[in-house]
Ligand binder design. Structure first.
Ligand SMILES: Cc1cc2nc3c(=O)[nH]c(=O)nc-3n(C[C@H](O)[C@H](O)[C@H](O)COP(=O)(O)OP(=O)(O)OC[C@H]3O[C@@H](n4cnc5c(N)ncnc54)[C@H](O)[C@@H]3O)c2cc1C
Length: 456
C-alpha cells in the first residue's frame, strides 16, 4: 500500500518521527486497519506514530502538502468505523502522546496527552485522591484524544456528563500543521468561539487533538451496587426514574435484557446471578464519601415489579458490573455486529425497546437484536447480529424508527462511516451545509478523516 503515497512522503514522515515509527506493509498495518468489531476492515498506506505535538504538526503539513488523506487513531475502540483507513489513507496513531502532568489540586484539573488511556488517567487521578468523571468499558484501550473526538458518554454520564463537560483546555493541530492551544483551564472564559467544544464530537474531521486539560471530580471512595431483576421493560424503566428521584448519589443505572444476560453467562462462562431468567435487569450504583448502602437500599425499597435483587458487597462489585459491561464482548463472539447506539425521548423508550426486535426481524428474519445501555440517559445500544457487514437494511430500519420517535441516531458513539448516510434523519440540510462550511474552513483540502460524518 506504500505505493498509494509518494515514496518522498514516506521518507519525509520517517524524517519527522523516526524510521521505527513509520509502519509500512499490510502485516505491520493490519491491527490499525480493522475496527474493534471486525465489521470495518480497510488498508493503510502507512501508520505514522508521532511522539510530540511538533511531530504531529510536521506529519500533517507533509500530508497536507502532498494531498494525502489521514485517519487519526487513538485506541481504535470506536464503534462506528471512524478510526479505520477505508481507502488507503495514512493512519496517524496518537498513542505515543502519553504524557501525564501532575494533578493540579488547586484547580482540580490535569493535563494529559491525547494518547493517554482512560484507565491510566483514572489511576493517575486516584493516586491524587481525585477521579475522572467519564468511565466506559473500553477503558484499557480508549484514549483521551479518541474520547474527545467522539464526545464519549459512558457509564457515569447521568452524574458527570460526557467528555465535552470535562474538557477545560485543548491543544490541537489543524490539517495544514497549524498548532492551536488554549490550555489555561479557566472556569469562566468567554473570549470568543469555544473551539475546544467544537472539537468534542468532531470525529477527527476538523483537527487532531494532541493534549487536553481535564476537569477532575472528588474521589468517592465508597460504593454500593445492586442488580435488580424486573418482570418487564416498563417496570425496569419506571424503577430507574424512581431511583433517580430518591438517590442523590446515583452514579450509574444500566439496563439489559434476559436474552443478553443469558448470552453473557453462556459465552463468557460466568455464573448466573439468579436461579431464574427475568425480562429485564438494571444495575444501579451509588458512590459517595461515606457508605451509600442505606441510600441505595432506601431508593430501591418498594419498587414495583422487582423479581430478584443481588446486592454487591466488597469483592463482588466487578462480578455484578460484568453482567452489563461484558455484553459487547459476548455479542462480538457471534460475529461482527451492527452497532446502533441511539437515544429515545423518555416517553418513547419502553415502546422502542419492546418493538424494535420485531422491526429488525421483519426486515431480516435471521437477524438477532440485543439491547442494553445507559437507560437513565434514554440511551440504548441496539446490536444486531446475523446480517453481513455491508448489509445495511436492518440499520436503516432501526434508524428510521428512532428518528420517527423523535430520537437521536447517535447517542455517544458518533456518526463515523456507519451512519453517515442517515445524518439527514437528525440534521436539516441547512445544518449539514453549515457542517460542510466548518469542515472546509478548517480543512480546505479535505485530508482529515474524509470517510466519516458527512454524507458523501
Ligand atoms: C467494550 C466497549 C465499550 C464501550 N463503551 C462505550 C461507552 O460506554 N460510551 C461511549 O461513548 N463509547 C463507548 N465505546 C466506544 C469507544 O470506546 C469510544 O468511542 C472511545 O471514545 C473511542 O476512543 P479511542 O481512543 O479508541 O478512539 P478511536 O476508536 O481510535 O477513534 C475514534 C474516533 O476519534 C478519532 N480520533 C481518535 N483520536 C483522535 C485524536 N487524537 N484527535 C482527533 N481525532 C481522533 C478517530 O479518527 C475516530 O473518528 C465502547 C467501546 C467498546 C469496545
Amino acid at each position: 500500500m506504500a505505493d498509494l503515497v509518494p515514496t518522498e512522503l514516506i521518507d519525509e514522515l520517517r524524517l519527522a518521527v523516526g524510521v521505527d515509527h513509520v509502519l509500512v506493509g499490510d502485516d505491520l498495518c493490519a491491527g490499525f486497519s480493522r475496527d474493534w468489531t471486525g465489521r470495518f476492515i480497510g488498508r493503510a498506506a502507512a501508520v505514522v506514530r508521532p511522539g510530540s505535538t511538533a511531530e504531529v504538526a510536521t506529519v500533517l503539513k507533509a500530508c497536507h502538502d502532498a494531498s494525502v488523506a489521514v485517519v487519526p487513531q487513538g485506541g481504535n475502540t470506536g464503534l462506528v468505523g471512524g478510526s479505520v483507513p477505508l481507502n488507503g489513507e495514512v493512519v496517524l496513531s496518537l498513542t505515543r502522546l502519553a504524557n501525564i502532568e501532575p494533578v493540579d489540586r488547586a484547580a482540580g484539573q490535569v493535563t494529559v496527552g491525547a494518547g493517554v488511556t482512560l484507565s491510566a488517567l483514572q489511576r493517575h487521578a486516584t493516586a491524587a485522591a481525585m477521579a475522572f468523571g467519564v468511565d466506559l468499558g473500553a477503558r484499557d484501550s480508549a484514549t483521551v484524544g479518541g474520547m474527545i473526538a467522539t464526545n464519549a458518554g459512558g457509564l457515569r454520564f447521568l452524574r458527570y456528563g460526557g467528555m465535552r463537560e470535562q474538557v477545560v483546555g485543548l491543544e490541537a493541530v489543524l490539517a495544514d500543521g497549524t498548532v492551536l492551544s488554549h490550555m489555561g483551564g479557566l472556569a469562566k472564559d468567554n473570549t470568543g468561539y469555544h473551539w475546544p467544544s467544537l472539537l468534542c464530537g468532531s470525529e477527527g474531521t476538523l483537527a487532531v487533538v494532541t493534549q487536553a486539560r481535564l476537569k477532575l471530580v472528588p474521589a468517592h471512595t465508597e460504593q454500593a451496587l445492586a442488580l435488580l431483576a424486573f418482570d418487564s421493560v416498563a417496570t425496569a424503566v419506571d424503577a430507574v426514574r424512581h431511583v433517580r428521584e430518591r438517590a442523590q448519589n446515583l452514579s450509574a443505572a444500566e439496563l439489559f435484557l434476559g436474552d443478553g444476560l443469558e448470552l453473557v453467562c453462556t459465552q463468557l462462562q460466568i455464573a448466573r446471578p439468579f436461579s431464574t431468567t427475568h425480562a429485564a435487569y438494571v444495575v444501579v450504583e451509588c458512590t459517595a464519601l461515606s457508605d451509600p448502602i442505606d441510600e441505595l437500599a432506601g431508593a430501591v425499597a418498594d419498587l414495583h415489579g422487582v423479581m430478584d435483587v443481588a446486592v454487591a458487597d466488597r469483592g463482588r462489585f466487578d462480578l455484578l458490573w460484568s453482567y452489563r459491561d461484558r455484553h459487547a464482548e459476548a455479542i462480538n463472539l457471534l460475529g461482527p455486529p451492527h452497532k446502533l447506539d441511539v437515544t429515545l425521548p423518555a416517553g418513547r423508550l419502553v415502546e422502542f425497546i419492546e418493538t424494535i426486535g420485531q422491526v429488525v426481524s421483519s426486515v431480516d428474519p435471521s437477524a438477532r437484536t440485543w439491547l442494553f445501555g445507559h437507560v437513565a440517559d434514554g440511551n440504548i445500544h441496539v446490536n444486531i447480529t446475523g446480517p453481513a457487514p455491508h448489509d445495511e437494511a436492518t440499520d436503516e430500519a432501526v434508524l428510521q424508527v428512532v428518528a420517527a420517535l423523535g430520537g437521536s441516531i447517535s447517542a455517544e458513539h458518533g456518526i463515523g462511516t456507519a451512519k453517515k448516510h442517515w445524518l439527514h434523519l437528525n440534521r436539516s440540510d441547512a445544518e449539514i451545509a453549515m457542517f460542510r462550511s466548518l469542515k472546509h474552513a478548517l480543512d480546505p483540502t479535505d485530508i482529515l478523516n474524509p470517510n466519516v460524518l458527512l454524507p458523501s
